[in-house]
Design a binder for this molecule. Structure first.
Ligand code: GDP
Length: 478
């Protein structure tokens, strides 16, 4: 019986309390069967309703995903419908989203997670348009199917797709007629003009139900906007009785490192981190090295980590007798630095190397990569970013940088409530402990659905939404 119990427990942990499904070919995605050895078990359990939604989704994906008869037929209908407006969604067997990337990898991961939840809420099949830069970063998430849009698809280079905004404008001006296209491009990217898209409104969602294929181009975590959409409320409440772990579940469900990424993650971990008693992850994202010189940011990092006792102070030079040298095994703290720049780990290394600390702890500093600059659409660069995000998620304590989606992914994967470093250029506050696992939606809806009025006091209208502290314009779920 004990043996059965142990096996049951380890299966449960491996499958993240039912979030993941068994049946995948082990060798094709080793991280699926090993990641639970690296992450601590999560106290946040997926609800039975979420689990049943995921299993149903996987079934729909198998039935309507690429390489199925339904998919081929539907895509043909949609592709041939360009001059044939007025046909209706009823012509296709299934409905689809093609996710189109925007911004860096952290932005892309949080927006894919949001798009997937949108697919769950609207019974659509989600495909992703991955160029070479993302091929082979993640395992396939859906059993016996693929989520990759094929380069041979007529929608790989979809041009002249009708814009959602045009139809919303027509609807607002009462000029919308019944001639709706079968494909629409929904652009949820930040734009400086920041038009209201009304995507959070029932009337938009009603319009979109009539369109079989949506191109969703986004770089944000737009899940908070679903909590503004009345028609989604019932499903959301059933799926997520605990609102603050939505991203935690979505990101762990969708993103398993590919074998290549997993090899890099586990070999770095074994080589540098496994022997440490505690791992402190430092995610240092400097957007502008002119307004935020490295010395200034380094000061902030030290202030934050020393004051909050994440890292120990050094012993006074005059009494340089290491507590760790008294015969006992020293406690090792590993600092895992993720940054584009090497300067931070160099400074920390210099500070701690061969020095005694007041607690007797020995501090080691490791930085897996230092790319110097952000590169777009580059596979090797993205692989390093993904490895860094994942390694950060294995930390015991985490410090992240304000406004960085890179940090949001790490905390969501790792179930950590990190210390957030604030912007030295405009905040006197050094850092603060985060209170939710949810990412911030940086450019949220601006207006109410039924009037031109700007949403001002957001929490009085939407009780689960607050402004973010690390980016006050943004909104997050609480
Ligand atoms: P954000 O800009 O901080 O919100 O994060 P994104 O991930 O969206 O964009 C930043 C991009 O810059 C990453 O995807 C990487 O390409 C690169 N980058 C930024 N910080 C790091 C880092 O610490 N490590 C690595 N390897 N790449 C980084």
């Amino acid at each position: 019986k004990d043996e059965i119990d142990t096996k049951f427990k380890s299966n449960k942990e491996r499958l993240l309390d039912g979030l993941l499904v068994s049946g995948f070919d082990k060798a094709s995605c080793i991280s699926r069967s090993q990641s639970h050895f690296y992450h601590k078990p999560s106290p946040h359990k997926p609800s039975p309703y979420l689990i049943s939604k995921l299993r149903k989704y996987e079934e729909i994906h198998r039935k309507c995903g690429p390489n199925t008869r339904a998919y081929k037929k539907d895509m043909e209908i949609i592709a041939n419908s360009k001059d044939n407006n007025g046909s209706s969604c009823a012509l296709t067997t299934c409905k689809y989203i093609i996710w189109v990337p925007a911004n860096g990898l952290g932005n892309q991961i949080i927006s894919m997670a949001s798009s997937f939840l949108y697919a769950l809420l609207t019974n659509r099949v989600m495909l992703v348009k991955f160029e070479q830069d993302k091929e082979g970063l993640f395992c396939e998430p859906f059993l016996n199917s693929t989520w990759l849009l094929s380069k041979n698809s007529p929608f790989w280079n979809a041009e002249n797709v009708e814009s959602y905004q045009r139809f919303i404008d027509m609807e607002l001006s009462n000029t919308l007629n019944e001639d709706l296209p079968l494909a629409m491009h929904v652009d949820l990217r930040y734009s400086p003009s920041n038009d209201e898209r009304f995507f959070h409104c029932d009337h938009s969602q009603f319009l979109l139900t009539k369109i079989p294929l949506l191109f969703l181009e986004a770089g944000q975590y737009f899940v908070p906007s679903f909590f503004m959409t009345p028609v989604f409320q019932k499903e959301l409440n059933q799926m997520f009785p605990e609102i603050t772990s939505i991203f935690h579940h979505l990101v762990r469900y969708l993103f398993q490192p590919s074998n290549k990424a997993w090899k890099l993650i586990t070999s770095f971990y074994q080589q540098h981190l496994a022997k440490a008693n505690q791992i402190i992850g430092l995610q240092i994202r400097v957007l502008n090295t002119e307004s935020t010189p490295h010395e200034l940011f380094m000061d902030r990092i030290l202030n934050c980590t020393l004051q909050n006792k994440l890292l120990p102070k050094l012993l006074d030079n005059t009494k340089n007798t290491s507590l760790s040298s008294n015969g006992r095994n020293p406690i090792i703290k590993a600092i895992l630095v993720a940054s584009l720049y090497p300067q931070y780990s160099e400074s920390l290394n210099e500070m701690y190397m061969n020095k005694s600390t007041v607690t007797g702890e020995v501090i080691e500093v490791h930085q897996p990569s230092s790319e110097e600059e952000q590169i777009f659409d580059d596979y090797k660069h993205n692989l390093k970013a993904w490895v860094d995000m994942y390694l950060l998620s294995l930390s015991d304590e985490l410090v992240t940088t304000y406004q960085s989606t890179f940090g949001y992914v790490a905390k969501g994967l790792g179930n950590s409530k990190p210390w957030i470093l604030y912007n030295p250029a405009n905040s006197n506050e050094v850092c603060e402990r985060e209170f939710t696992l949810e990412p911030c939606y940086h450019y949220p809806p601006l207006r109410y659905c039924d009037s031109e009025d700007v949403i001002e006091d957001v929490s009085s209208t939407f009780p689960n939404i607050r402004h973010c502290k690390d980016y006050t314009f943004g909104l997050k779920l609480v």
